[in-house]
Write a protein that binds this ligand. Structure first.
Ligand SMILES: [Zn+2]
Length: 392
């Protein structure tokens, strides 16, 4: 099955080192991007043709910090279909930062391992609304030993939920566990800033520097931010720096500007930190991109890369960049009707949220016009082809 997206006005690649791809077409074969360029279908049979009407292609967005539990229900906000609603905000991949909202979440070692393994396996078996959810992110508790990490890794657990929400809170407590998790191939996030829930404690730069996780979780707070000095000390490392929607907006700008000033924007990733007390925010990643672009001086194509290619690199995912070989997770976006901007990137630069007119996951059209964004001025549409004949 081949799909051709043609008549693109721009392709924001998601690759922060080359944020624009040259060309006006994307060719998709069997769910993967086969080529990016011009006149790609000249001598090839195409099953489906999408006319982008000069709108912009961006990679499907990756939410680096979510708190799912099971399926598409969040006990925290008693809301169903929040992941499906996020797809209407362009999010095609979701990374769990811990299934902390499970009612009665077990805190003993056997229980927390069991939860992580069930969450990992259940989302491997289920894509809510087609969204790729990577979950099974254990909250670290005192008493875990290396063989526990080995057991979880073998069972498919590839993440460690944000450290600090359990009884492991200090750098000294976390450091050996982070080393074990890394040795078994798991990607580790450390909560920073004030506590998000009663019973946990504030975590500053010293704890994170001692533990050396892969990701500095919500450097702008979830929701209470560290002081500027601590933010600067963590941005100055080689760790990934996560900025979230459900955090402090001023601290987000300070972290982004600090990263850009030292040439570290390639380590900045974006998350929602929802569902949470702040809510369920289907447009949260788009809002964070617009915030950084319009108020933080980050070029819109770079803001897109923070929410796509950067996160994919940190987590080793085959999505997030529009380039041959990657899974064909693509959003077609334009300035919203009524915006002072005339393209999606110009919209981000002035703080408007782009309108989404189509989202593809693995090359399959998951939705047309988003019900959550404002309508795109120019909307992509399927203009030709269809499923290829049987046996083709
Ligand atoms: Zn947190």
């Amino acid at each position: 099955m081949r799909t051709l997206i043609r008549n693109l006005g721009a392709i924001a690649s998601g690759d922060i080192g080359a944020p624009f791809a040259d060309g006006d077409e994307i060719l998709i074969e069997d769910g993967r991007i086969a080529a990016v360029g011009r006149a790609l279908a000249a001598d090839r049979e195409v099953g489906q043709v999408i006319d982008a009407h000069r709108s912009t292609a961006i990679p499907g967005l990756i939410d680096s910090h979510a708190h799912p539990v099971f399926g598409d229900f969040t006990p925290r906000q008693r809301t169903i279909d929040f992941i499906e609603s996020g797809l209407h905000g362009g999010v095609t991949t979701v990374m769990s930062a811990g299934e902390v909202h499970l009612p009665g979440r077990p805190k003993d070692v056997v229980g927390l391992k069991a939860l992580a393994i069930v969450a990992a396996k259940s989302y491997q078996n289920l894509r809510p609304a087609g969204v790729k959810v990577h979950a099974g992110a254990p909250i670290l508790e005192l008493g875990l030993e290396e063989h526990d990490f080995a057991e979880m890794a073998v069972a498919g657990v590839g993440l460690v939920g944000e450290i600090g929400l359990g009884s492991v809170k200090t750098g000294a407590q976390a450091a050996p566990m982070v080393a074990w998790a890394k040795a078994h191939g798991m990607i580790v996030t450390f909560h920073t800033g004030g506590p998000s829930i009663a019973g946990s404690t504030a975590i500053g730069a010293d704890e994170v520097l001692e533990a050396r996780p892969h990701i500095v979780g919500h450097v702008n707070g979830g929701t209470t931010a560290m002081n500027d000095d601590d933010i600067e000390r963590l941005v100055a490392t080689d760790m990934a720096i996560e900025i979230v929607q459900c955090g402090n907006g001023r601290a987000a700008l300070h972290a982004a500007r600090t990263a850009e000033a030292i040439g570290g924007l390639d380590r900045v990733i974006l998350g929602n930190d929802a569902p949470s007390g702040t809510g369920v925010i289907p447009l949260g990643i788009l809002r964070t991109m617009a915030h950084l672009a319009a108020l933080g001086g980050i070029a819109p194509e770079m803001a897109i890369a923070l929410a796509t290619g950067n996160t994919a690199r940190v987590h080793g995912l085959d999505v997030g960049v529009i380039e041959p070989g990657r899974a064909a997770d693509v959003c077609l976006v334009d300035a919203p009707i009524g915006s002072a901007a005339s393209t999606a990137l110009e919209a981000l630069a002035i703080g408007d949220l782009p309108g989404i007119s189509m989202v593809l996951v693995d090359g399959k059209v998951m939705l047309g016009r988003s019900r959550n964004t404002a309508p795109a001025a120019r909307a992509a549409e399927i203009v030709g082809g269809g499923p290829p004949a049987a046996g083709h």
